[in-house]
Write a protein that binds this ligand. Sequence first.
Ligand SMILES: Nc1ncnc2c1ncn2[C@@H]1O[C@H](COP(=O)(O)OP(=O)(O)O)[C@@H](O)[C@H]1O
Ligand SMILES: N[C@@H](CCOP(=O)(O)O)C(=O)O
Length: 293
Amino acid sequence: MVTVRAPATSANLGSGFDVFGVALDRPADVVHVERADRTTIEVTGVGSQYIPTDPGRNVVGAVAEALDAPAHIRIDKGVRPSSGLGSSAASSAGAALALNELYDRGLSREELVPIAAEGEAVVSGEAHADNVAPALLGGFTVATPERVTTIDADIPLVACLPEIAVSTRDARRVVPETASMEELVHTVGRAATLSVGMCRRDPKLVGAGMDERIVTPARAKLITGYDDVRSAALAAGADGVTVSGAGPAVLAVCGAHARTRVAAAMIEAFDDAGVAARAYKTRVGSGAEVFDF
Ligand SMILES: Nc1ncnc2c1ncn2[C@@H]1O[C@H](COP(=O)(O)OP(=O)(O)O)[C@@H](O)[C@H]1O
Ligand SMILES: N[C@@H](CCOP(=O)(O)O)C(=O)O
């Protein structure tokens, strides 16, 4: 048997739609795999009642097929599904790493990224790699069709998860199909600022680089209370706030000392909007870990 802990991730970071991602040091899924003649799946943990066990509909089924590695796969969910915190990606990345080990396939983590992305295609319709890349490699990742690059950025974060569900598939439907040259120039500037901020481990630059005006405003409408939560986090000392992945989680970057204040302000603002929420005080963390085989 092989067991892997695979972390939650936050994709896009505002200006890096479908490209940027970070691994979060918590929460995480735990994936156990055992050799079998055909793939079977068992799911326990947070939101497991909403996750199919049919290998044709669970992301890990697609990963097992892509690796030609049938197994009994047991997933203990720590990352709630439809959260914007890479729940499906945590399972996909965890299964890819565990099955690679179980069947001695010898693939590198970089080579596992497109395989784990096959799982994402099952649920969102597209094999976007911006969650599975940080879930496998850790740190801040830039995932393009040609390559994935990663840097080990140490940045404090707050991820605030309201008790509403937004499916990635639905949130992809509201993304505008066109953008003006002015909006593109704005996005490139912010994305570059964010990347420099990650390299310098500077939360202020990262926060400034999160500002984005094409995708985020369209998605924010799917999150009850988003504008007030964002304002409350900024007033409490956050350096930048954006939608985490496709939402509904909201991601704030701030200095380590400000995390408790920012988390409380975000929870309170969701509460004022009539939505219960919880907050993870977290930071950019490591990729999936094999911890028992
Ligand atoms: N192993 C899995 N873990 C989480 N969600 C899964 C898994 N397999 C299939 N799903 C389905 O994927 C959807 C959640 O994925 P997604 O909408 O991308 O949310 P998230 O942003 O949390 O990854 C749900 O419909 C869920 O039932
Ligand atoms: N780039 C994707 C990321 C989806 O992330 P998730 O955590 O919501 O699955 C998108 O924005 O659609």
